[in-house]
Design a binder for this molecule. Structure first.
Ligand code: TEU
Length: 540
C-alpha cells in the first residue's frame, strides 16, 4: 500500500484550545472546520485531533467515557462528519487519538465492572488487597498510587494514570474485540488513521511487585512486552490492513531496539512512533528536574534516531511538552529567529514532521504566576507530591513553570483582539499576554514572520522528494552547530543549523535553497540562530 503518510506534513490540534465558535470558552469542532483552509494554506496534509470524545475531562479528554460520541462541549457527530468531509475535499487526512490503555471510570464498561459478578469485571484489572495493602508496589505516571480501592466491590483497580483512568485488561479477548469495533467505527467514517496513546504499555505481563525505582516502579512488567506486539499485529491484520490508513504510536521509554520492533515495516505493527529520548536531554531522571538545554546532546540524540529507524515521527512539541522555542530556542532575544531555525530542523529531518498548534507562529511557554491558573491533573499531582516531600514553594512552582503541560495548552493566538480571537467567552484556561504581539493575524500580514517562514519551508518540503524520502547523514555536531545532509540518487542538500546567539563560522560551498535570513549567497558565517539549506554536499 502507498505510504502516503511519509510524504505529508502533520499538524496536531488540541481541540480544547484551538478555536471556540460558540462562546463557551472551549475550542470546538466548528472552530476547527472554520480553520481548515488556514491549515491547507499552511501546507498541512495530515491532521491529528487530540480526543474529542465524551469524557468527564479529568485528563482533558484522555479519559474517555464513550468512544463513539462527541463531547457536547466540542459539538456533535454531525459536525464531526462535516469536518471529515471538508478535510477530504481539502486533501487533509484526519487522524484520531486512540486512547485504549484505559477508559474513564465513567465509561459504561467500568461502571458495570464494579459488580464482581458482571461480565465486564474482567474488562479491567481488579485485585484484592495484600495483607491490607495494595496488590503490588507499582507507581503511576501521574505521581500518585496506581491502585484505587473500590468500596462497592471490595477490591482495588489498576490505573497507570489518574484514578479516573482505569486500565483495560488486554488479557481479555473481549476487550480487544471491543477496540477493533471502535477502530472500524471511525475508519468507516473516513478517518485515515490513529495516534495511539501510550500504546506500548497496554499489555501487563504480570502484576508482580516491580524493582523499586525513582520513576514507574513496576514498568518492567508492562513496558513494550511481547503481548503488546501480538496485539498490534492482530489490530493490523484484522482491522487496519483493510483500510487506507496509518498508525503512529506514542511509545514511552522506547530504545532504538524496542522502537524498531514496534515500527519497522517488516514487523507489521505500527507505521511509525513518537520516541522521547530527544525530549529528555534537558532533564535529570524525570522531566520535572530540568537541566540547561545542550544543543550538542540534543542533536546527537536526533542523529542516533535518524539512523536507528527507517522512519521516525519527528516532533519538538505537543500537548504534553513545553513550547519548543522557549525550550530549545530563545523566546526573549531571538524568538522569531530561533523559531524559524527549529522549523528548518524539524522539516529537514527524515521522517514525518508533526507541528503542534501555535508552533507555526512561535508561541511560547505560558506566563502564569500561580497554581490557580493551572488546569492539568498531572501538574496538580506533581505539585501535591512535591509539597508532601517539603520541596520549597518557589522550586515547586519552578517545576510547573518549566515542565507543566499547560505550557502548550493555552489558547491558540489568532489575533491581537479580545481573547486573542480564541473565544468571545471566558477561556477555560488563561491566554498568554504576549498574544498582542504573537498571533496569526499579525503574522499573516508580515512576509518575514515565523508563520510566513513555516509556509515557505513546508512548501519546500512538500515539493522536494529529497527532503521527503532522501537518506540522512550526520556531517558535524559542535556545541551549538549541527550540520547534516539529505541525499538520494539525484543529489544532496546540506542543512546547517546554528543554536548560537553569536555568529558562527562554518565553511561550506553550495547555493542557498532556503535560509532563515533570506540569503542568496552563503559566506561561511551563520548569523544568530540561522538555519540554511545548501544545494549539494559540504565542500562541493
Ligand atoms: O501521555 C503519556 C505520558 O506518559 C504523558 O504523561 C507524557 O509522557 C508526559 O506528560 C511527558 O510530558 C499520553 C497523552 O499524551 C497524555 O496527554 C495523557 O495524559 C496520557 O497519555 C494518559 O492518556
Amino acid at each position: 500500500m502507498n505510504q502516503w503518510w511519509r510524504d505529508r506534513v502533520a499538524y496536531q490540534i488540541y481541540p480544547r484550545s484551538f478555536l471556540d465558535s460558540d462562546g463557551n470558552g472551549i475550542g470546538d469542532l466548528r472552530g476547527i472546520i472554520h480553520k481548515l483552509p488556514y491549515l491547507k494554506e499552511l501546507g498541512i496534509g495530515i491532521l491529528w485531533l487530540s480526543p474529542v470524545y465524551c469524557s468527564p475531562n479529568d485528563d482533558n479528554g484522555y479519559d474517555i467515557s464513550d468512544y463513539r460520541d462527541i463531547h457536547p462541549d466540542f459539538g456533535t457527530m454531525a459536525e464531526m462528519d462535516k469536518l471529515l468531509d471538508l478535510a477530504k475535499k481539502l486533501d487533509i487526512r484526519v487522524v484520531m487519538d486512540l486512547v485504549i490503555n484505559h477508559t474513564s471510570d465513567e465509561h459504561e464498561w467500568f461502571k458495570k465492572s464494579r459488580d464482581p459478578e458482571s461480565p465486564y469485571r474482567d474488562y479491567y484489572i481488579w485485585r484484592p488487597g495484600r495483607n491490607g495493602r495494595k496488590p503490588n508496589n507499582w507507581t503511576s505516571f501521574f505521581a500518585e498510587d496506581c491502585w484505587e480501592y473500590d468500596e462497592h466491590s471490595g477490591e482495588y483497580y489498576l490505573h497507570l494514570f489518574s484514578k479516573k483512568q482505569p486500565d483495560l485488561n488486554f488479557r481479555n479477548p473481549k476487550v480487544l474485540e471491543e477496540i477493533k469495533d471502535i477502530m472500524r467505527f471511525w475508519l468507516h467514517k473516513g478517518v485515515s488513521g490513529f495516534r495511539c496513546d501510550v500504546i506500548n504499555v497496554i499489555f501487563k505481563e504480570s502484576l508482580e511487585d516491580g524493582r523499586k525505582r525513582m520513576i514507574l516502579t513496576g514498568r518492567e512488567h508492562y513496558l513494550t512486552r511481547e503481548g503488546t506486539h501480538e496485539i498490534l499485529r492482530e489490530l493490523r491484520r484484522d482491522v487496519l490492513s483493510r483500510f487506507d490508513c496509518f498508525t503512529v504510536g506514542e511509545t514511552v521509554m522506547v530504545t532504538p531496539k524496542t522502537a524498531f520492533d514496534l515500527s519497522d515495516p517488516s514487523r507489521k505493527e505500527l507505521d511509525m512512533l513518537f520516541s522521547f529520548e530527544h525530549m529528555d536531554t534537558d532533564a535529570v531522571i524525570v522531566k520535572w528536574f530540568r537541566t540547561r538545554f545542550r544543543p550538542k546532546k540534543f542533536c546527537n540524540v536526533l542523529c542516533k534516531w535518524q539512523t536507528a529507524l527507517d522512519w521516525n515521527a519527528n516532533y519538538f512539541e505537543n500537548h504534553d511538552q513545553p513550547r519548543c522555542v522557549s525550550r530549545f530556542g530563545d523566546d526573549r532575544d531571538y524568538r522569531s529567529e530561533s523559531a524559524k531555525m527549529l522549523c528548518v530542523l524539524l522539516l529537514s529531518l527524515r521522517g514525518t514532521p508533526f507541528i503542534y498548534q501555535g508552533q507555526e507562529i512561535g508561541m511560547t511557554n505560558f506566563d502564569f504566576t500561580s497554581m490557580e491558573q493551572i488546569r492539568d491533573v498531572e501538574s496538580f499531582n506533581v505539585y501535591r507530591l512535591a509539597t508532601r516531600l517539603h520541596f520549597p514553594k518557589a522550586f515547586r512552582w519552578h517545576m510547573i513553570q518549566q515542565s507543566g503541560r499547560d505550557n502548550a495548552r493555552t489558547p491558540m493566538q489568532w489575533s491581537p483582539g479580545r481573547n486573542a480571537g480564541f473565544s468571545s467567552g471566558t477561556p477555560w484556561i488563561g491566554i498568554n499576554r504576549n498574544y498582542t504581539d504573537i498571533n496569526v493575524e499579525t503574522q499573516e500580514k508580515n512576509p518575514s514572520s515565523v508563520l510566513a517562514f513555516y509556509q515557505k519551508m513546508i512548501r519546500l518540503r512538500n515539493k522536494t522528494k529529497l527532503l521527503k524520502s532522501g537518506g540522512f547523514r550526520c556531517v558535524k555536531i559542535r556545541r551549538k552547530l549541527f550540520v547534516f545532509e539529505r541525499f538520494n540518487e539525484s543529489g544532496s542538500i546540506t542543512v546547517i543549523i546554528s543554536f548560537s546567539k553569536k555568529a558562527v563560522r562554518f565553511r561550506a560551498s553550495g547555493k542557498p535553497i532556503l535560509s532563515t535570513c533570506d540569503r542568496s549567497e552563503y559566506d561561511g558565517i551563520l548569523r544568530p540562530y540561522e538555519a540554511i539549506l545548501l544545494q549539494g554536499r559540504v565542500g562541493g
